[in-house]
Design a protein around this ligand. Structure first.
Ligand SMILES: Nc1ncnc2c1ncn2[C@@H]1O[C@H](COP(=O)(O)OP(=O)(O)OP(=O)(O)O)[C@@H](O)[C@H]1O
Length: 211
């Protein structure tokens, strides 16, 4: 009953498995008996009206909130990006990335850092303190962690809450490419977005990567 679904020859291994998950806010149930599996290579777009519980679900799956009931198993290292960018204002773009990697136990080479910065066109901003950046530039800095994650040995599980917020077209394109690369290397992505255009562009990129 509680076992992970099997990894068979034609099914990729399960990285996240939620069974009969119940989440509440106050006295109000947001969802009950939710079953969800993410396998290596999966990219899942979670949509819903304001207040429907997307953030609560992601925070629960990330282990930041305890579910009222149910069972949760993660079989891969986790990278969670919430609404807030969680950056240190007084550190530079590059220092923020180095600090984040260090906290996650990742050794970052100069080349790896450059690659992660370049993926989001952050090279010219690398020495700027985050406090001096625009909202979109801050979002890009937070998302540059994904580029570093792609260089870790074990593919990770990405839980991304409204990652397209504040991004321009080029930023959307860059993020879609990172997500496609993540799935191609055997990781998995679950993201929320109210932006239909960004979500569809992401789906298009995934299909391109498959063909
Ligand atoms: N601290 C809290 N205490 C009580 N209720 C809360 C709290 N935080 C959120 N809620 C309620 O829980 C519900 C789900 O909120 P959540 O942030 O998960 O929704 P969401 O789908 O991510 O919304 P949005 O699309 O607006 O970001 C909402 O009705 C919200 O008002």
């Amino acid at each position: 009953m509680n076992a992970l679904p099997p990894a068979t020859a034609d099914a990729a291994p399960v990285l996240l498995h939620a069974q009969q998950l119940v989440c509440e806010r106050g006295e109000r149930p947001l969802f009950a008996a939710l079953d969800l599996s993410l396998r290596a290579g999966d990219c899942l777009w979670l949509r819903g009206v304001n207040g429907s519980g997307k953030t609560t679900l992601l925070r629960t799956l990330a282990g930041l909130r305890a579910p009222a009931a149910g069972r949760l198993q993660r079989q891969a290292p986790l990278l969670y990006l919430g609404h807030a960018n969680a950056l240190k204002d007084d550190l530079t773009v590059a220092e923020n990335l180095r600090l984040d990697a260090a906290l996650r136990g990742q050794l970052v080479t100069v080349a790896a850092l450059r690659q992660a910065l370049d993926a989001l066109a952050l090279g010219p901003l690398r020495a700027r303190p985050v406090r001096s950046l625009s909202q979109g530039q801050r979002r890009r800095t937070a998302l540059a962690r994904l580029g570093l994650s792609l260089q870790t040995e074990a593919a990770e599980l990405w839980l991304l809450d409204e990652p397209f917020d504040a991004l321009d077209d080029a930023g959307v394109q860059a993020l879609c490419a990172l997500m496609a690369a993540q799935c191609a290397r055997g990781g998995a992505v679950l993201f929320t977005s109210h932006q239909a255009v960004a979500g569809l562009r992401c789906a298009e990129q995934m299909l391109k990567a498959l063909t």
